[in-house]
Design a protein around this ligand. Structure first.
Ligand code: OGA
Ligand code: NM2
Ligand code: ZN
Ligand code: ZN
Length: 449
């Protein structure tokens, strides 16, 4: 059913705008819908929801025809007039820099061989014209010739709308924020390993929603590594390639006890914390050990609205984190991170917070200490509101995959029984590798359609 419906359902979406797709997928996550019977109510199957996530995988297919080109010599730009009446402007310098000919590009690597030393950033043009196969040809003053594909040019249009569309296609930065009413997207472990469409739906939801639940994995070690290999490679840390979350004597981390873990992101003691985390339940405790998650980006947005001063504090003050011990090898980490990282445009991009590894060294002037605690408390109080927290209980064979830059996760304390040890196996990946696989899968699925 999945295989047959996906093409039919996804193709009409190619005409729809990205924002419409985004809204639809957002609704899909919040709205209760028809779910497969065996799933707990907090999970929503990606089989049924797949079309919503796959829609955002759609790549534009329309063919853009060039009506006319002309050189605007005074501005050193080339203007393209499209058949639909639209116009695009391309600076001469950029066009010369991005000549696609075999002299300027190593075709086998799709990489530039033209040296910046050899680029005249004040170049003019001799001739610009449309070829009869819908390409744009430019003859440069030194008689070098560049030929540009119309579709290639269209995608690289410098208008704000085109740039926005291109960046969204590349990075999928638009997220769906959620609260306790989230029905966690879920998929079948084997299907994600086997089927490209299922894998794509998984990674799209992981990016958009921040979390996907996989069911049906064997309850034995090695499964998170298989899943990481489906993407590329995992991220090695001092806790090993994969790591065993168990109640251990002389634990080198609070996670390796039976105690409660308050909402946290993993590894703020690193300046570049792992972007993605997989946790596989091999054995669950009889009493306790339930999991909790919140959408850290959504919580940051709420904090910004309710308490802008606290938001300002947490996005500007750098906090010390520390982690010392021995595992994969011995380690003595120190980091300085803002609790909430924002980009140059003020958008939240990463949460760094684990109360266990927050250092007693606090490199702040005396007068900022109390305001810092007040701000942190305000953020944590918002996170802990019941209307924001999603609670679930992992059972053997379940794997939770989530955005460790965005979600904060925790677990309730549990009663440790040596004869039936609670056991999760985990590993990390980084977003670059996950997004790389997502783009490849999207291209493959798109070409298939
Ligand atoms: C961890 C962690 C969750 C759990 O190991 O960092 O968050 O359920 N574990 O044990
Ligand atoms: N491990 C120990 O920030 C942290 O200490 C998270 C979690 C790998 C499960 C480390
Ligand atoms: Zn060239
Ligand atoms: Zn954790």
């Amino acid at each position: 059913m999945w295989m047959s419906t996906v093409a039919r359902l996804a193709l009409p979406a190619l005409q729809r705008s990205t924002s419409a797709m985004t809204r639809q997928a957002l609704r899909a996550c919040r709205r209760p819908g028809p779910t497969a019977a065996p799933l707990p109510p907090c999970l929503v199957s990606l089989h049924l929801r797949g079309r919503h996530t796959l829609e955002s995988a759609s790549l534009p297919v329309s063919r853009h025809l060039v009506r006319h080109v002309r050189a605007l010599d005074d501005d050193r730009q080339m203007e393209v007039e499209w058949e639909d009446g639209g116009h695009s402007l391309y600076p001469f310098t950029w066009l010369r820099d991005n000549c696609q000919c075999p002299l300027c590009t190593l075709q086998s690597a799709q990489a530039r061989t033209l040296l910046l030393a050899d680029l005249d950033i004040h170049t003019g043009v001799d001739v610009v014209e449309v070829t009869n196969d819908n390409k744009v040809s430019i003859v440069w003053p030194d008689q070098h010739v560049s030929v540009f594909d119309a579709e290639w040019l269209k995608k690289r249009c410098f208008s704000p709308a085109a740039r926005l569309a291109m960046q969204e296609e590349l990075f999928l930065n638009r997220r769906y924020y959620w609260d306790s009413t989230l029905r966690i997207p879920s998929a079948d472990f084997d299907e994600v390993l086997r089927d490209d469409k299922a894998a794509l739906a998984w990674l799209l939801a992981l990016r958009r929603v921040g979390m996907v639940y996989l069911k049906g994995a064997p309850a034995e070690q090695g499964q998170v590594a298989r899943l990481a290999e489906r993407i590329g490679y995992l991220r090695l840390t001092f806790y090993g390639h994969t790591w065993q979350v168990q109640d251990k004597p002389m634990a080198n981390n609070v996670a390796y006890t039976s105690g409660k873990l308050s909402l946290h992101t993993d590894y703020p003691a690193l300046h570049f914390a792992p972007g993605v985390q997989f946790l596989h339940c091999i054995n669950q405790a009889k009493e306790g050990g339930e999991s909790e998650v919140v959408d850290g980006f959504h919580m940051a947005e709420q904090l910004q609205r309710e308490d802008p001063e606290a938001f300002q504090t947490l996005t500007s003050l750098r906090v010390d984190f520390t982690d010392t011990g021995t595992d994969y090898c011995d380690f003595m980490l120190q980091s300085k991170n803002c609790i909430i990282d924002v980009d140059a445009d003020g958008r939240v991009v990463k949460i760094n917070y684990n109360n266990a590894t927050r250092d007693s060294v606090l490199d702040l002037p005396l007068h900022q200490v109390q305001p810092f605690y007040r701000a942190l408390k305000a953020y944590v109080d918002i996170m802990n509101r019941p209307e924001n927290v999603v609670t679930y209980r992992m059972e053997p064979g379940d794997i939770v995959t989530f955005d460790n830059w965005r979600l904060l996760h925790g677990r309730k304390s549990y009663i440790s029984r040596p004869e039936r040890l609670r056991h999760l196996e985990g590993c990390y990946l980084d977003w670059d590798e996950v997004m790389s696989r997502l783009r490849i899968l999207r291209k493959a699925v798109h070409e298939d359609l």
